[in-house]
Design a protein around this ligand. Structure first.
Ligand code: SF4
Length: 343
């Protein structure tokens, strides 16, 4: 018996050693095979998950992989300049094929949920980016297709593997999980964060609305998880010593960009340790809304700053190849579901 590609990919080095011992194999051999695979990219051919598409816009690369059952994942490589001027290469990973949450502005939502990705399928995205596309990945964000908190066991296991110093060696502070607001998921991720060595992992919450009424229009999850319950979960994260939370706000003309909205959002955040990340809306296919104008983005950000918020603007990257935030998803997928068009 030997350890298979998926076993090696989806387990940490320590877990692989333990598996080898249980299977009566020499742990040193498992160690060597693990390091070869993660560090040096060997046995790539065994993944049998070929890249079926790559699309590029500037430095941004979107790639799609085919899984064993024919379904596809999409991932995006985003080179950026960090705040210190150092180059960062962020890999945006998918955690599901499609998504069940039905956010009105999101291309992935039109697919519905097809299935969760397995740990090896999540990590294959990293392996291909690192060893086939030769990208020196420094940061990981779970912001691709799917709601990571709906597949949290697999996501947490993938994070453990990605953080392994003998392999991908991505520091916890460079790993971020983004949620549409799954309270139980935030609480479980908080428990993970509390384990030794993981205190620095990051949480992002996709809020996208200044009040409950608009959030219900844009994000059906709000009917199950009120903004107050999401806020309480965020507060628990911070009270437990979690890092500053990124509040994501997709700015959509005519929906959540009224002059009153920055103050409403600031009131909701109150004194939580958060930074608002304003993401200019990237029109999905058949979008009822255009992208916001530069003037409206600037004005919204200025009003947030005046209201006392810390603010970033997400640089728009990959819009032309449908690789930007909220644009992942295969238009040919058969389980395409109609989206409600608010108002
Ligand atoms: S924005 Fe995220 S949570 Fe909402 S439908 Fe898209 S992938 Fe799912």
């Amino acid at each position: 018996m030997t350890l298979q590609f998926d076993d090696l990919l989806s387990r940490s080095r320590t877990q692989c050693r333990e598996d080898a011992i249980k299977a009566g194999l020499r742990p040193g051999n498992a160690d060597d095979a693990w390091v070869e695979l993660h560090r040096h990219g060997c046995r790539q051919e065994e993944s049998e998950r070929p890249i079926i598409r790559t699309e590029e816009e500037g430095d941004t690369v979107k790639f799609a992989l085919r899984m064993h059952d024919g379904h596809e994942t999409e991932s995006v490589i985003l080179p950026m300049q960090g705040s210190t001027g150092k180059k960062r290469i962020t890999l945006c990973l998918s955690s599901q094929v499609g998504c069940a949450l039905g956010c009105a502005f999101c291309e992935t939502a039109t697919m519905g949920l097809i299935r969760n990705l397995e740990v090896a399928e999540i990590l294959t995205q990293w392996h291909v980016a690192k060893h086939t596309l030769k990208q020196d990945i420094t940061n990981i964000v779970f912001m691709g297709m799917g709601e990571p908190m709906q597949n949290l066991d697999a996501v947490l296991q993938a994070i453990e593997v990605l953080g392994d110093r003998s392999g991908a060696e991505i520091a916890p502070s460079r790993i971020s999980v983004s949620t549409a607001g799954r309270v139980k998921g935030i609480d479980r991720y908080r428990e993970f964060m509390n384990r030794d060595g993981w205190r620095q992992v990051r949480l992002a919450v996709s809020v996208n609305a200044p009040n409950e009424e608009i959030r219900k229009e844009l994000m059906p999850i709000t009917r199950a998880e009120s903004m107050e319950s999401v806020r309480n979960a965020m507060q628990r994260w911070l009270d437990d010593g979690g890092q500053k939370i990124l509040v994501e706000y997709v700015l959509i003309p005519g929906m959540n960009d009224h002059p009153d909205h920055p103050q409403q959002l600031a009131d909701w955040i109150q004194d939580m340790n958060c930074r608002v990340n304003v993401i200019p809306y990237n029109p999905r296919r058949d979008s009822p809304w255009p992208a916001p104008t530069e003037e409206s983005i600037d004005l919204f950000i200025a009003d947030l700053l005046s209201a006392g918020c810390q603010v970033n603007r997400r640089r728009t990257m990959g819009r032309d190849v449908m690789a930007a935030c909220g644009q992942l998803g295969n238009p040919e997928i058969k389980r395409r579901v109609p989206l409600r068009i608010p108002r």
